[in-house]
Write a protein that binds this ligand. Structure first.
Ligand SMILES: [Zn+2]
Length: 261
């Protein structure tokens, strides 16, 4: 995938106070010797309007780095898990609708979401996909884009490269169906169901800010780019599915707000 450019300047969208809040809330003291890219690159960030970033106040246990010790995935790590602890009405809704389980994800990889999930996702406003990273650039497209021994294997999504810690935003409004670390290869994974019955997967995140049963608004900050799971370098693997089948999100209407064209 090659080295990524750090010239995508996500920091120009952030206010200084949001950066400080992120730094305090997300970086454990032991990690401060290696500050995340977002903090390292913080520059003249005050010119643009502040992004609203609502950080979770409670996290689920981290489970450590969970690295593969043998086999072809040796050296890759699924963790650390960094996802919020579900609570309140949204958590009750998730339990009632059986969201947040690995079963929920396998369902959405195979078939259409349950009608009650779609209904709970809110009214269909015919939204166009929003570029799901605050900055970043396209590394790899959809379909048969690989070379070498994996060339026959379809890439089920697109990869957007960005420095670790770059903010992720919801591509469409909808309902959080999954936000956890239990699907092999995906690392910290967020799955959302939308009112038009499409589904989005946001994989390899360093942290996620929303939990199952919560509703997200298009453009809402939902987490941070990372390289958890089977990922070479920090990037977002974004999958867009209809009736379980992966679709190319770059086709048809494509993304609004893509910065690298
Ligand atoms: Zn990918």
């Amino acid at each position: 995938m090659g080295p990524i450019s750090t010239g995508s300047i996500p920091q120009r969208f952030l206010s200084a106070s949001a950066l400080i809040a992120l730094m305090i809330a997300l970086v454990p003291p032991s990690a401060l010797s290696e500050p995340p890219a977002l903090v390292k690159e913080a520059g003249n960030a005050t010119r643009s309007p502040a992004l609203k970033v609502a950080l979770p106040d409670k996290w689920l246990p981290s489970k450590g780095r969970q690295c593969y010790r043998r086999g072809k995935y040796r050296g890759f790590c699924e963790g650390p898990r960094r996802v919020p602890a579900p609570h309140g009405e949204a958590a009750a809704l998730a339990e009632r609708l059986r969201l947040g389980e690995i079963k929920t994800v396998s369902h959405l990889m195979l078939k259409a979401p349950e009608p009650e999930w779609v209904e709970a996702a809110g009214p269909d406003r015919g939204e166009r996909l929003l570029w799901p990273v605050v900055g970043g650039k396209l590394w790899r497209g959809f379909g048969k884009v690989r070379r070498g021994p994996k060339r026959k294997k379809r890439h089920k999504g697109i990869d957007i490269g960005a420095p670790e810690g770059t903010l992720l935003r919801a591509a469409k409004s909808g309902l959080v169906a999954y936000s956890d670390n239990g699907v092999r290869g995906y690392g910290n994974l967020l799955v959302t169901v939308h009112p038009d019955a499409t589904v989005a997967f946001y994989a390899h995140a360093r942290a996620l800010y929303v939990f199952p049963g919560e509703r997200v608004e298009r453009g809402q900050i939902i987490g941070e780019v990372g390289h958890t799971g089977i990922a070479r370098g920090a990037h977002l693997h974004f999958e867009y599915r209809r009736r379980g089948r992966p679709r190319d999100p770059l086709r048809k209407r494509g993304f609004e707000g893509r910065p690298d064209l």
